[in-house]
Ligand binder design. Structure first.
Ligand SMILES: Cc1ncc(COP(=O)(O)O)c(C=O)c1O
Length: 375
């Protein structure tokens, strides 16, 4: 039966994630994968998980399995508020930061509205903007139109790996105030810094017009699907109402697990190990690119996060090259997927957190060979 006549007008705008399509088709353990944004399983606190779950049951009992408040359980909101130096009223727990992006778009954007993005930007955000029929454009594409909000990943961007300087953040805030638009600051990698100094969040520079999205995915475990939004109470109120229709409340047991993990100091202890592990992988990755990549190939040098972004000579098409790479056993994500206009076909995103240390060298060597042959 053809069901298309039943679908809403939004459905044709939905966009598949090419990254998730890769995972559908490929057994990641059978290839050298630099494709996904997966954390290393080594960073999951598996050994302490049983004890953590027992502590949650002992402390919260049946409450840990009951429906909870739509804003999130107060214990977790309070801990996040304290960690970020804000009041609990400025914290909304989300069922991950992907939901944070979606819910912000849902309360802010009408079909046809303009959302300003950087180039490149996070593919999952482009999917949300498309789903609400908002138009994602870069500053050059605005053509005099005013954005409803600016979506930005200022810390170790996905896919670029790059970080906005304080000056750039101040300039953005100044422009947002002058031109009167909001800022959605998506920062799931903020705590994964391997060198250099923290740069103040955009939220701290403009709390009155910023929604800041955080996530437990890269510092605890993505399977728990937990994140948070910091923002002005009036905006969070709309998000709260909207979330009632979405999921009633974020997963309660998971929130108590996160509260115990964070409140006991275990999260910070685990973060030290996680940063150490990823710093090592980033350094190895940078060294291997230097050793194997053909001349004319350049890449970013991220101070943190999970990705670096590679630019190949003009004329190479990484979408076309992908099937060859995969058939030879190596995966990446073509960079053009991260550009709202599908440009920059000669780029790719490489993840360095997921692949085992001893598989990095053969993987980069293989990828370099595929690239060399396509030049
Ligand atoms: C920039 C950015 N935002 C949001 C997400 C979604 O993360 P989660 O929904 O697991 O919190 C990701 C995931 O990779 C990301 O890179």
């Amino acid at each position: 039966m053809d069901y298309s006549r039943f679908f809403s007008d939004d459905v044709p705008s939905f966009m598949r994630s090419p990254v998730r399509e890769i995972f559908r088709k490929v057994d990641l353990s059978a290839i050298f994968s630099f494709a996904g944004g997966y954390p290393s399983a080594e960073t999951f606190p598996l050994d302490g998980m049983g004890a953590l779950a027992e502590a949650v049951v002992r402390k919260y009992g049946a409450k840990s399995m009951q429906y909870g408040a739509t804003q999130g359980v107060p214990e977790l909101r309070e801990l996040i508020a304290r960690r970020n130096g804000v009041s609990i009223e400025n914290v909304q727990i989300t069922t991950s930061s992907q939901q944070g992006i979606d819910v912000c778009t849902r309360i802010l954007a009408n079909p046809g509205d303009v959302v300003e993005v950087t180039a490149p930007t996070y593919l999952g955000a482009l999917q949300s903007f498309r789903a609400y029929r908002a138009e994602a454009v870069t500053e050059e594409g605005l053509a005099g139109r005013k954005p409803k909000f600016f979506y930005v990943i200022p810390d170790f961007g996905n896919p670029s790996g790059e970080t906005m300087t304080l000056e750039e953040r101040k300039d953005l805030v100044e422009r947002a105030r002058r031109e009167d638009f909001l800022i959605v600051e998506d920062s799931p990698y903020r705590e994964l810094r391997y060198e250099g100094e923290d740069v103040p969040t955009i939220y701290s520079l403009a709390p009155e017009r910023t929604l800041h999205l955080g996530s437990f995915s890269k510092v605890f475990a993505p399977g728990f699907r937990l994140g948070w939004i910091l923002g002005p109470q009036e905006l969070l109120e709309q998000i709260y109402i909207c979330k009632q229709a979405l999921d009633l409340c974020p997963p309660v047991f998971d929130q108590y697990m996160a509260a115990e993990f964070l409140g006991s100091g275990e999260l910070d202890r685990n973060l030290l190990k996680t940063r150490e592990l990823y710093r090592g992988r980033r350094d190895i990755m940078l060294g291997l690119l230097e050793k194997y990549m053909p001349e004319g190939v350049t890449w970013t040098h991220p101070e943190g996060g999970l990705f670096l972004f590679v630019t190949l000579p003009e004329g190479v098409d990484t979408v076309k090259m992908y099937d060859t790479a995969l058939s030879e056993g190596v995966a990446y994500v073509a960079g053009s997927f991260f550009f709202a206009d599908g440009s920059h076909c000669n780029t790719m995103r490489l993840n360095f957190s997921y692949i085992d240390m001893d598989r990095m060298e053969p993987g980069v060597k293989l990828l370099s060979d595929v690239i060399r042959r396509s030049l």
